[in-house]
Design a binder for this molecule. Structure first.
Ligand code: COA
Length: 260
């Protein structure tokens, strides 16, 4: 079976790259499980000191696979996407995101858990949960207002507005913006190598200290969000929104419906 996440370990930097270009790296259950397993393995691998998460030079991820939301919705708290969240928040190794192009839904919420976020000018960060009849996930309802303040978090979470690269840096959701994907990926690698040159025990313990104060509240929020997310996915609002998008796409990609 083809792997949909590529891994590349070089000089202590493990780069994990979403590799489903035909669906703009939409994440399906298999990818959530694979990513969780790769992160767990990285935590146990002394040769992997820092992890870079990327979707390649032109797209980070278009978010959860929309057809999967309808066909294989999460039904319990240990569903693959939720398990991945558990792994990410307990990860011991530093995590750097290189976001080139769209980062939708979980693609943006994942960034709230990274130690550094690098973006391209054409990055597009968006959390269209309400638009889809859903609710925030992965602690976004706690972390985003803490980071941006209520009003700016509301623009993203209630209105579903997008942030492009420079705006994401201006509001603190990303660290640096780059002109193109290659430069963004190279900068992420450079930053990872800088961390590898640090005393590693001090680095891990300091990272732990940075994460610890919010951990209990974060876990409680994620649990609450996930329970609501399961309910919302089955709601008439979400079913109508998702079916409308998925059926529209099926229509336009059929030979008869394809626009000329
Ligand atoms: N799930 C499944 N397939 C997806 C997808 C998703 N989240 N996002 C994109 N795709 C697929 C499209 O169906 C299309 O596949 P097809 O050619 O087989 O029909 C392909 O990826 C390209 O997508 P397209 O919409 O044509 O690209 P675009 O460049 O015009 O737009 C986006 C890019 C990311 C803005 C747009 O695809 C989008 O909004 N996707 C949905 C994002 C979303 O709502 N995610 C869930 C958040 S909770």
């Amino acid at each position: 079976m083809t792997e949909l996440i590529k891994q590349h370990l070089d000089e202590g930097v493990l780069t994990l790259t979403f590799d489903r270009p035909d669906k703009l790296n939409a994440l399906n259950n298999r990818m959530y499980t694979q990513l969780a397993n790769l992160l767990l393995a990285a935590d146990d691998n002394d040769d992997a000191g820092v992890i870079i998460l990327s979707g390649g030079a032109s797209c980070f991820t278009s978010g959860n696979d929309l057809s999967d939301f309808l066909a294989y919705p999460p039904t319990h708290l240990s569903a693959p996407a939720f398990h991945l969240m558990h792994v990410v928040i307990h990860l011991k190794k530093p995590l750097i995101a290189a976001v080139c192009g769209p980062a939708i839904g979980i693609g943006t919420t994942l960034l709230l858990h990274c130690d550094q976020v690098f973006v391209t000018q054409n990055a597009k960060l968006r959390m269209p949960f309400v638009n889809l009849g859903l609710c925030p996930e992965f602690g976004a309802s706690l972390l985003l207002p803490k980071l941006l303040g209520h009003a700016r978090a509301a623009r993203l979470l209630l209105w579903g507005d997008s942030l492009e690269g420079a705006a994401a840096v201006a509001c603190g959701l990303a660290n640096e913006v780059f002109d193109d994907g290659a430069t963004c990926l190279a900068a992420a690698r450079h930053m990872a190598l800088r961390l590898l040159a640090m005393p590693q025990d001090a680095l891990r313990q300091t990272r732990q200290l940075l994460k610890q104060p919010l951990m209990e509240e974060l876990q409680a929020t994620i649990r609450q969000e996930n329970l609501l997310f399961i309910k919302r996915l089955n709601s008439p609002e979400a079913q109508a929104a998702l079916n409308a998008i998925v059926n529209r796409r099926a229509d336009t990609s059929s030979p008869r419906g394809k626009p000329s």
